[in-house]
Design a protein around this ligand. Structure first.
Ligand code: NOJ
Length: 535
């Protein structure tokens, strides 16, 4: 008998990985110019290895005019010079891998930068040209074509700006985000071909995974009809054509042992799970968990719904508390409304950071105890709060396009504090970094937290190191008083989280492995505290 054609595959690392999101511009500045870069990341790889993460997801590092923090890509095969070079990226990927850390890149398929050669060629070629077919160019409506071709809403919260821009030659083009991010026409075979080539390009450079930006937005109704709330199918969100696109992508990934994580914001759990069928994406971000308020019942429902929706397709869940688009966890959890919703973000929302931090510590132990992969956004392990950015320093188009009403996302993108007693908290810049750091930033610095056994960083380090004790098995809820989440995983290892005033007794005969905060004098679990226990 010959060898089996399908040798058994090794452990699927991505099913239970801890994946750390690096927003390069704000991670560490290696050349001192005020902007984080690949040299900064390379210098800090030992920090990431010590944290114990399995993979790094890099927000876009490609050539970009940075009109949307790099989500406006001018060349998907080149590194932006502010960040470094392709050769450096290759070194970084290899060096990380030597430390046991895989790399995930961020591909932005819905749109390109208006500086991308395809869009520049489309502009030059004029109305009716084949170059324009790669995008959505249309004549306008109304007398003289002065009105946009349809009424689709902007995908930037708070923006009332149109998603169409008119050119001097009379044509309008579609951009669900900023005018500098024209949407590609995914019905065009060249668009599909190009992106499959881009995927191969990065897999061949040793990346293990790809995060797919705006993954549910690529396909558009070819008639571009007006948007009618609730009409099915939606003309630009979650269209069935997408599944065919992702099946082709999956074939490319399978050739390279690569994996996908989709940015799929969809309220409907069943529609969401369709992206995770075995021949489509491996994983997708769990935004319902990210948006969930700090409430035991709501969290339990979110966890149950998540597990139930993933089970039939055999995909692992992901657990996400924050990223570069949303309010930082400690700030959100310290507010009256502890959920996240783009629509209700406002300047000056009061928060109690001590409370938020206590809850964020408990939430870290909760999410790291759940079955599936966990995402940690840079600075989350430091307990950084959302920063107030002076209005004249905000660069985020979400703020700019809301007419200054939406605070935007720069508050969660502030350069990291590494060394308390160094200029700019050791970010590495000689002059002020691209976004200003709050005055108390030094108190969050890595060196301070490394020396403090009670710090958020110490908790994350301990939790990531211990996490394998939970094994790969399912979750079983344990009987618990109202307001307490309690579940067991493999090997009698349990997680308990108390979200209410009444202290909770720990099950008898258990050994305390890790706690997010002190137990009370009677050894009970106080409010907003989580523990890991072994039977
Ligand atoms: C989602 C990204 O996470 C966000 O930062 C970006 O603005 C939009 N997609 C558009 O690319």
């Amino acid at each position: 008998m010959g060898q089996p054609t399908h040798a058994p595959k090794g452990h699927d690392w991505w099913r239970s990985a801890v994946i750390y999101q690096v927003y390069v511009r704000s991670f560490a500045d290696g050349d001192g110019d005020g902007t984080g870069d690949l040299a900064g990341v390379r210098a800090r790889l030992p920090y990431l290895a010590e944290l114990g993460v399995d993979a790094l997801w890099f927000s876009p590092w490609y050539l970009s005019p940075m009109k949307d923090g790099g989500y406006d890509v001018a060349d998907y095969r080149a590194i932006d010079p502010a960040f470094g070079t392709l050769a450096e990226a290759e070194k970084l990927i290899a060096e990380a891998r030597e430390l046991g850390i895989r790399t995930v890149v961020d591909i932005v398929p819905n749109h390109v930068s208006d500086q991308h050669p395809w869009f520049q060629a489309a502009l030059a070629a004029g109305p009716g040209s084949p170059e324009r077919e790669l995008f959505h160019f249309r004549p306008g409506r109304g007398p003289g074509g002065e009105l946009p071709p349809n009424d689709w809403p902007s995908q930037f919260a708070g923006s009332t700006e149109p998603v169409w821009t008119r050119l001097p030659d009379g044509d309008w083009y579609l951009h669900l985000f900023t005018p500098e991010q024209p949407d590609l026409n995914w019905a065009h075979p060249a668009v599909r071909q190009e992106h499959e080539d881009i995927l191969r390009f990065w897999f061949e450079r040793g990346v293990a995974g790809v995060r797919i930006d705006s993954a549910a937005l690529l396909a558009k109704d070819p008639d571009l009809p007006d948007f009618v709330e609730g009409r099915d199918p939606n003309p630009f969100v979650d269209r069935d054509e997408l599944h065919d696109i992702y099946r082709s992508w999956r074939a490319v990934a399978d050739d390279h042992d690569g994996v996908f994580v989709g940015e799929v914001w969809l309220p409907d759990a069943e529609r969401f799970a369709r992206y995770l069928r075995p021949d489509e994406l491996h994983t997708a971000f769990n935004f319902s968990f990210l948006s969930c308020p700090w409430d035991a019942g709501r969290l339990r429902t979110s966890i149950d719904t998540t597990l139930a929706e993933h089970a039939p397709v055999g995909a692992p869940a992901t657990w996400v508390l924050c990223n570069h688009d949303v309010t930082r966890t400690v700030t959100r959890y310290g507010r009256t409304d502890t959920g996240f919703d783009f629509a209700i973000k406002a300047f000056g929302t009061p928060t109690d950071l001590a409370l938020g931090t206590r809850r964020a510590r408990a939430a870290a132990l909760l999410s790291l105890a759940l079955p599936g992969a966990v995402y940690v956004y840079q600075g989350e392990e430091l307990g950084l709060p959302e920063a107030d950015i002076p209005r004249d320093r905000i660069e985020d188009p979400m703020y700019l396009r809301s007419g200054g009403t939406d605070p935007g996302r720069d508050g969660c993108r502030v350069p990291l504090p590494w060394v308390a007693d160094a200029p700019y908290a050791g970010f590495g810049s000689r002059e002020e970094p691209w976004l200003p750091q709050p005055v108390d930033w030094t108190s969050y610095a890595v060196d301070r937290q490394s020396a403090d056994a009670g710090s958020m960083l110490a908790l994350y380090r301990a939790a990531v190191r211990l996490r394998p004790v939970f094994g790969e098995g399912p979750l079983m809820w344990l009987p618990a008083p109202e307001g307490v989440l309690a579940f067991a995983r493999a090997h009698g290892v349990m997680c308990l989280v108390n979200l209410v005033d009444r202290p909770a007794d720990l099950p008898s005969g258990t050994q305390l492995l890790l706690a997010s905060g002190p137990l009370d004098a009677e050894g009970r679990l106080p409010k907003d505290t989580a523990v890991w226990l072994r039977a």
